[in-house]
Design a protein around this ligand. Structure first.
Ligand SMILES: [Zn+2]
Ligand SMILES: [Zn+2]
Length: 417
């Protein structure tokens, strides 16, 4: 049989995996400072979780889910995103009973059947965070500050946010705006793409974020939702903007930024980094105060975001070969492996040649591995029960009694762990 990797997937190794590790460990470190706890949910859930939570008429659910059937014919889906699963866990495991506000972050692979392209895969990784229980805008602020902090921690500077509010479900808020928007869109109907003509009936807000040129042009003068939301929503947005300015967070208003589902409310945002270019958001998020109700659970206000790791990883500059460690050269297999084992247990990264090639070849391997010290167990050393230590920095070489070796390198090297 001819082995082939599945279309739209890839193996991560070498520099790529180091980039992923850097992003993941920065996220762990930064998010922990803000009180977020890590949560790992299953990679598959019952299909209805996403159908209800992400929305039946979104591309994600309608066209892009990987579906499977278990042996009893129940429909399961590989998770296309993280929020629905975390919310499901908050409900099924009663997380809100422990405290009236909880914060969770997650990282891991998601699955969508999309056309693969540069930086976009059918199995892709996301880092996300969700903040439950708080309605006031300081929660929105905290999430945005944490994102900015994360980008700083991975040396991606000049982060900016695009910001919008999409109001709430009170009749005078988003529903009233929708009516105004429909009147405007009807006047420009002939310029809309076929999809948007349909959306005009089903989900007019989604027309605003259509990526078709003609739709972008046709909606540029559309009424701006942030000017039409109710007093409370506008107050929330106003406070958030004031606090962002106080914290010197740069943002731009974007009235076309919408989440087309009714359980989203108020703040929505996307995060951009200069390094990624103006076209590509590194991630986005917003409030979804109405999602718990969809699942038949008591209302819990919530907001969160997700970042695409695959694209962010492309921005991490070249990886320097990690150097350090010790290489033991010699031809007495049991002496060599004995010394290697001792050094590793003492906490040093330690390598040797399992094929016991010529001394010259072993030195070449040590050089290539970038170690700082080579320990030599030649015939002379073994006879005298000593070890020679060669520093790769200055080529200095000393001969030491075997028993003093740990103490000597302890002054010169820090254990790796
Ligand atoms: Zn409102
Ligand atoms: Zn369109």
């Amino acid at each position: 049989m001819k082995l082939k990797i599945v279309k739209g997937t890839r193996d991560l190794y070498g520099d790529d995996i180091i980039r992923f590790q850097r992003l993941e460990s920065a996220a762990r470190q930064v998010f922990t400072l803000y009180g977020y706890e890590e949560i790992r949910t299953p990679m598959f859930e019952r299909t209805e979780l996403f159908a209800h939570g992400v929305g039946q008429d979104t591309d994600i659910v309608g066209k892009e889910m990987f579906l499977l059937e278990d042996r009893r014919g129940r429909s399961l889906a590989l998770r296309p995103e993280g929020t629905a699963s975390v919310v499901r866990s908050v409900i099924t495991d009663n997380h809100m009973q422990q405290s009236n506000h909880r914060r969770f972050f997650y990282m891991g692979p998601m699955f969508r059947y999309e056309q693969p392209q540069k930086g976009r895969f059918r199995q892709f990784d996301q880092i996300g965070a969700e903040y439950f229980g708080v309605t006031t805008p300081d929660a929105d602020l905290e999430v945005l500050l944490m994102l900015r902090h994360f980008f700083k921690a991975v040396n991606l500077e000049s982060v900016s946010f695009q910001l919008n509010t999409i109001g709430c479900q009170k009749p005078e808020c988003r529903p009233a705006f929708k009516k105004k928007l429909i009147i405007y869109l009807e006047l420009h109907r002939s310029h809309l793409c076929e999809n948007c003509k349909r959306r005009l009936e089903t989900n007019p807000l989604r027309v605003l974020d259509c990526k078709e040129e003609s739709c972008i042009a046709a909606t540029s003068d559309a009424p701006r939702i942030y000017e039409h939301v109710c007093g409370e929503c506008s107050g929330h947005f106003g406070q958030l903007k004031t606090m962002l300015r106080e914290h010197k967070v740069s943002y731009e208003l974007n009235h076309k930024l919408v989440r087309g589902l009714d359980y989203y409310s108020r703040t929505v945002f996307e995060v951009y980094s200069e390094n990624l270019g103006a076209q590509n958001a590194a991630g986005g998020g917003g409030r979804y105060d109405g999602l718990f109700e969809i699942y038949g659970s008591p209302i819990v206000p919530a907001l969160g975001f997700a970042l695409g790791l695959d694209r962010l990883a492309m921005l991490i500059p070249e990886i320097e070969q990690e150097s350090g460690g010790i290489f033991v050269v010699g031809h007495d297999r049991s002496k060599v492996t004995g010394l290697v084992a001792m050094l590793r247990e003492a906490g040093y990264k330690c390598l040797y040649d399992p094929f016991q090639a010529s001394m010259k070849s072993q030195f070449r391997q040590a050089n290539k591995a970038g170690v700082t010290h080579v320990l030599i167990l030649g015939e002379e050393e073994i006879t005298n029960n000593t070890v020679s230590v060669k520093s790769m920095k200055d080529s200095n070489q000393v001969n030491l009694p075997f028993d003093g070796i740990l103490e000597y390198i302890g002054q010169d090297l820090n254990p790796k762990n």
